[in-house]
Design a protein around this ligand. Structure first.
Ligand SMILES: [Zn+2]
Length: 151
């Protein structure tokens, strides 16, 4: 399950619409180990292609350093599909190197309604997961383990 703030969904969709008909790509970073995306970092699609995405390698190195220094990680790795459904392509699966990350795909093939879906991609295996969009993480569901014991 991916729990994600609405403003981050809006940021990804706006980026995807802006770069259409090329694929847009980027990262939602959050505190390491939290599973909680906090900020959107738009990346350059080095392919500038309607069919593929690949992070610009220099940008990717800079991002990695920045995340390390802030104690963050790639909680979400997103990209858009501009003519097909929001499902990972064979190439997407081959380049998916972050088993801890949520892979979000946004389809912009319909100009009026976007499609957004999230996946885990581990060892070449794609598993779709539910997406819960919340206004704020403060009010989102927390498991029993997250509730502190009464004194
Ligand atoms: Zn793709």
């Amino acid at each position: 399950m991916l729990t994600i703030r609405r403003d981050l969904v809006d940021a990804m969709v706006a980026h995807a619409r802006r770069d259409h008909p090329d694929e847009a790509c980027g990262v939602l970073a959050g505190p390491a180990g939290s599973g909680r995306p906090e900020r959107c970092i738009e990346m350059t699609n080095a392919e500038r292609s309607p069919n593929f995405y690949r992070f610009d390698s220099m940008e990717d190195i800079r991002l990695e350093r920045e995340l390390d220094s802030r104690g963050e990680e790639r909680v979400v790795i997103y990209h858009s599909h501009t003519a097909t459904e929001a499902y990972p392509s064979r190439t997407d699966v081959n380049i998916a190197g972050y088993p801890e990350a949520h892979y979000v795909l946004i389809s912009t093939r319909d100009p009026d309604a976007h499609e957004l879906r999230s996946y885990r991609i581990i060892d070449g295996e794609v598993t779709e997961e539910p997406v819960e969009v919340v206004e704020s993480y403060m009010f989102s569901h927390t498991g029993a383990d997250d509730v502190p014991d009464a004194p």
